[in-house]
Design a protein. Structure first.
Ligand code: NAD
Ligand code: DAU
Length: 334
């Protein structure tokens, strides 16, 4: 690929992916279309801004005229842009439906018109819903249970329909929970690390025994690249780190790493409709030659260090809009 359109490239995974792709492919040109919502942050890509191969466009994926104007010369679309936080979707689903569903439709239509060679629909393991004892396979039914995951499931299947109906070469990675640098500090790991640094309580929902499968963001970026290059048309690929942990285990790991006491753990009211466990069977993408290269222990250590060393990055994010949302939604301080 010579030129790709990345949407949502100023967010957590998108910014890690753009940095990875520019490093890996010296001749690649990247256009980043991002609305810069509360979750989008130009600082995430400060180091690549001056690169002549990189172009940033501030705008909305729902803006059909803007998307149309960006398509000439684009060979692939890597579509990360979304409203991504489950708690926000519970409080106010509107933007999730608009961006995650309608925005995806706008991009698919433009890609179809322009004969794009590859459309990577970034999906999530949450589309399967919760499972107590099995690992989801790509062919399992989708049973999303939050407005966020339902909007992602709609986009996932809409993208698939563009392969079946119009032969737009769509590929759909469904990854598990990512962690690493530049993650907005409303998500479990960056919220708890930054709270613990400041000796603030860590609000564990319910009994803290919900399980997520954690993947280091760099491993996910490699998986996205692999399915972009080698994934089958219309195919879905589960992308999991193979690190199932309860939220309490994650919390204690963070506290241990920072040398902080477990007395910071505070059990708070559970999330409405809180999925108990996500787990993925990743045999299909492993068959393409991918496997996670980072151990959970080492990558968590690096992640905690990154937030400890980059206070200037997260300090200002934990104020303003974030504080307003937090107090409104949780009726308490973060
Ligand atoms: P994020 O919230 O950090 O970033 C989302 C980005 O999208 C932001 O830069 C934001 O400004 C941009 N955006 C939002 N609405 C937009 C719009 N209408 N037009 C243009 N840009 C818009 O999200 P993330 O955690 O990096 O997730 C990226 C993608 O990966 C999402 O599609 C998410 O569903 C998916 N995903 C995330 C995880 C995870 O653990 N974070 C796991 C699986 C899948
Ligand atoms: O599984 C992939 C998904 O992972 C992505 O599709 C989503 O975009 C991403 O946000 C993430 O969703 P989760 O709901 O799993 O992530 P979150 O970090 O919000 O929560 C992780 C777990 O921690 C979950 O069980 C809820 C719990 N939690 C979270 C927060 C923010 C707490 O106990 N306390 C908290 O304050």
């Amino acid at each position: 690929m010579k030129k790709i359109l990345v949407t949502g490239g100023s967010g957590f995974i998108g910014s890690n992916y753009i940095r990875y792709a520019l490093n890996r492919y010296p001749a690649l040109k990247v256009v980043n279309l991002d609305k810069l919502t509360y979750a989008g942050n130009p600082e995430n890509l400060r180091d690549v801004e001056a690169d002549s191969r990189y172009r940033f466009v501030k705008g909305d994926i729902c803006d059909e005229a803007l998307v149309e104007s960006l398509m000439p010369g684009i060979e692939a679309v890597v579509h990360f842009a979304a409203e991504s936080h489950v708690d926000r979707s519970i409080g106010k689903p509107d933007d999730f439906i608009r961006t995650d569903v309608f925005g995806t439709f706008v991009l698919l239509e433009a890609s179809r018109r322009h004969g794009v060679q590859r459309f990577v629909q970034i999906s999530t393991d949450e589309v399967y819903g919760s499972t107590d004892d099995s690992k989801f396979r790509e062919t399992d039914p989708l049973m999303p249970s939050s407005p966020y995951s339902a909007s992602k499931a709609a986009a996932d299947r809409l993208a698939y329909s563009y392969w079946v109906t119009y032969k737009l070469p769509v590929v759909i990675p469904r990854s598990s929970n990512n962690y690493g640098p530049f993650q907005y500090p409303e998500k479990l790991i960056p919220l708890f690390v930054t709270n613990a640094i400041d000796d603030k309580p860590l609000p564990v929902y319910g009994d803290g025994l919900n399980v997520r499968d954690w993947i280091y963001v760099a491993d996910n970026c490699e998986a996205v690249d692999l399915v972009l290059q080698k994934g089958g048309d219309g195919e879905v690929y589960n992308v999991g780190g193979g690190n199932e942990r309860t939220n309490l285990e994650i919390t204690k790991t963070i506290l241990r790493e920072l040398g902080k006491p477990e007395s910071l753990i505070t059990h708070v009211k559970d999330r409405e409709g809180h999925d108990r466990r996500y787990a993925l069977d990743t045999a299909k993408i492993r068959g393409l030659g991918w496997q996670p290269r980072h151990s959970f222990e080492a990558a968590m250590r690096d992640t905690v260090s990154w937030y400890r060393d980059n206070r200037a990055w997260w300090d200002k994010l934990k104020s303003g809009e974030y504080l307003e949302f937090y107090k409104r939604h949780y009726q308490r301080e973060p």
